[in-house]
Design a binder for this molecule. Structure first.
Ligand SMILES: *Cc1c(COP(=O)(O)O)cnc(C)c1O
Length: 380
């Protein structure tokens, strides 16, 4: 297989010789109808039936008891961490191979991330590496996980389901339980992805999903928090809507709240998008399977869903032989109008997070040099 073959393959699948993006939203359902309804009713802002409708529909879709819509996925993560009782100077374990938002959300609270390696097959947090880190550096005292190197409390763990591929989340959940750490899932990329038939984001105490323009379904910008805990769901709604004490006319707020609510306009778009998700997912899984076939017998490895996992294949990813090969590949494909992109620079290497603690990150480093995303949007 040559890179040229791949370019032609992708152009054929998308039936165009024009620029092909990594991911683009598709609006083929009731989007305009619901948006017009918002405008006609004047309910375009933070109150309206589509927000309630969406929260009900998404909770049902993922199999969680409650969902709270937010202004974006980052705010959903931020509030989930607050509800997990993460406070200033606490520590939160996550993976270095993630989008920056995971670590930004941790930092908004004044907490610090600790970086633990990922698995090569899932690209997500490795349960073995997590256990090893905890056994080497930590101790449970009075039901708290204490990091012996810093003396700080490790409050939460935030694994991320990279590109929609579920990590080994059941094992991670068990380890977190054992070590008295709250599990918050960054399921921003994994709507429609399941591990052992259970939707990602529902294994922990709280999960965060994103509906940014490049995600599986979009509200323009948006996110949501999912949980089975009634009290946490109530609190999530409360602090994302300025912590206003319910009253017919009084405006009283009893804590510092956030204006993180999703406007009705965005929720209207999202209700329509969610109605179509099954066809989008089917279309994407079909493309992934065609890629998988295409890369058989080539020296490029296509990343397919691992054991026990059903992936949404949000962004298809391949592994090149080495960094030099990767750069040649990026150069060639982007010059031909096929958008391809290397995986994120490891977060522990970025200036803001350089001083954070990290364990052995050999898998993350190996993947950082080799993984590239290729066009993955729904073919229309
Ligand atoms: C997209 C994304 C987010 C944040 O979502 P926004 O809606 O863009 O704020 C968080 N984490 C990961 C891993 C993401 O990919």
């Amino acid at each position: 297989m040559s890179y040229k073959d791949l370019v032609e393959f992708i152009q054929e699948k998308y039936q165009t010789k024009e620029f092909i993006a990594l991911h683009e939203p598709v609006f083929s359902g009731n989007e305009k109808k619901y948006l017009n309804d918002c405008i006609d009713s004047t309910f375009v802002s933070s109150i309206g039936k589509y927000v309630d409708q969406f929260e009900k529909n998404i909770a049902e879709y993922v199999g969680a008891k409650y969902a709270v819509a937010t202004v974006n996925g980052t705010s959903a993560l931020h509030v989930s961490l607050l509800l997990a009782d993460v406070k200033m100077d606490d520590e939160v374990i996550t993976q270095p191979l993630t989008f920056i938002a995971t670590c930004n959300a941790i930092s908004y609270i004044g907490a610090k991330p600790i970086f633990v390696d990922v698995d090569l097959d899932t690209l997500g947090l490795s349960p073995q590496a997590l256990r090893k880190f905890l056994e080497t550096y930590c101790q449970v005292i009075d039901d708290k996980c204490i990091n012996k190197t810093t003396g700080k409390i490790i409050k939460a763990c935030v694994p991320m389901h990279t590109f929609g591929h579920p990590c080994k989340i059941d094992q991670i959940a068990d380890i977190c339980n054992e070590w008295k750490i709250v599990l918050v899932e960054d399921a921003a990329e994994s709507l429609g992805s399941y591990y052992k038939d259970k939707h990602t984001g529902t294994f922990g105490t709280l999960g965060a999903i994103s509906f940014n323009g490049n995600k599986i379904i979009t509200s323009g910008g948006g996110g949501c928090i999912i949980t089975d805990d009634e009290e946490l769901a109530y609190k999530a709604k409360y602090i994302t809507t300025t912590a206003k004490v319910p009253h017919k006319w009084e405006y009283v707020h009893d804590m510092i709240g956030y204006n993180y609510r999703m406007p009705n306009l965005n929720a209207a778009l999202l209700v329509a998008q969610l109605e179509k998700i099954d066809t989008y997912l089917e279309n994407k899984r079909e493309l992934a399977s065609m890629y998988d076939n295409f890369f058989q017998n080539s020296d490029i490895q296509f990343i397919s869903e691992s054991e026990n996992a059903k992936s949404n294949y949000w962004l298809n990813a391949i592994i090149l032989k080495d960094e030099k090969n990767r750069n040649e590949f990026l150069e060639f494909t982007n010059n031909k109008g096929i958008m391809t992109r290397p995986i994120w620079r490891l977060v522990n290497k970025l200036d803001m997070f350089k001083k954070c603690q990290y364990a052995d990150l050999s898998n993350s480093e190996w993947l950082e040099e080799r993984v590239v995303n290729i066009p993955s949007g729904v073919r229309t």
